[in-house]
Write a protein that binds this ligand. Structure first.
Ligand code: FES
Length: 198
């Protein structure tokens, strides 16, 4: 059942994201797909994607594409990690027990990641598939509570997430942001789409 909700939502995201160029590209869609190299075809089908995170500074976020979805990689600052303690009692599922987007065991912790500072998540709202915006600056601002500590805001229906992608209570999103399978190949290389095998 979860998949039947999730998949259309993700298709919507892809369609929304590609919307600007969609009209003009219809006529060339088939030749474009046909020109995929084998590795590009493998990526589109779900092959793991490697990311170099050596240049990612504290407080910065980058995005890579995996299975047609945006995967966020963020290096959180000590202050941002500290904010997760504050949001613990304000989020709907602090332990990531919900199962619409099951959280891997290695991310079932307060920071929802393998390494506390490095957050890896699919940047698609678990409600209807919009892509939440970065709202890293703490404090009062439009559409957010006055005690905002930094996180993500989904403009479609107002769901808010803390800096571990945990949805705040009483929001339409039914689950936290998805943490995809991932593993570190080294300190600077991250593999998204595959867990470390023993
Ligand atoms: S799609 Fe994010 S709140 Fe509805």
């Amino acid at each position: 059942m979860a998949e039947s909700v999730a998949d259309p939502a993700r298709r919507n995201w892809v369609m929304a994201t590609c919307g600007v160029g969609a009209v003009g590209s219809v006529a060339t869609a088939v030749p474009f797909v046909a020109s995929f190299t084998p590795s590009e075809r493998a990526k589109a089908a779900g092959a793991p994607v490697e990311a170099d995170i050596s240049g990612l500074k504290p407080g910065e976020k980058t995005v890579v594409e995996w299975r047609g979805k945006p995967v966020w990689i963020m290096r959180r600052t000590p202050e941002q990690l500290e904010s997760l303690k504050k949001s613990e009692s304000m989020v709907a599922d602090p332990k990531s027990d919900r199962t619409q987007y099951p959280t891997p065991e290695y991310a079932k912790n307060q920071w929802r990641s393998i390494k506390p500072e490095l957050f890896v998540a699919v940047g698609i709202c678990s409600h209807l598939g919009c892509s939440p915006s970065d709202k890293f600056v703490p404090g009062p601002q439009p559409s957010l509570p006055d005690d905002w500590a930094g996180g993500f805001f989904c403009p479609c229906h107002g769901s808010t997430f803390d800096l571990a992608g945990r949805v705040f209570k009483n929001k339409p999103a039914p689950d936290n942001l998805e943490v995809p399978p991932h593993t570190y190949l080294s300190d600077s290389r991250l593999l998204i789409g595959e867990d470390k095998k023993a």
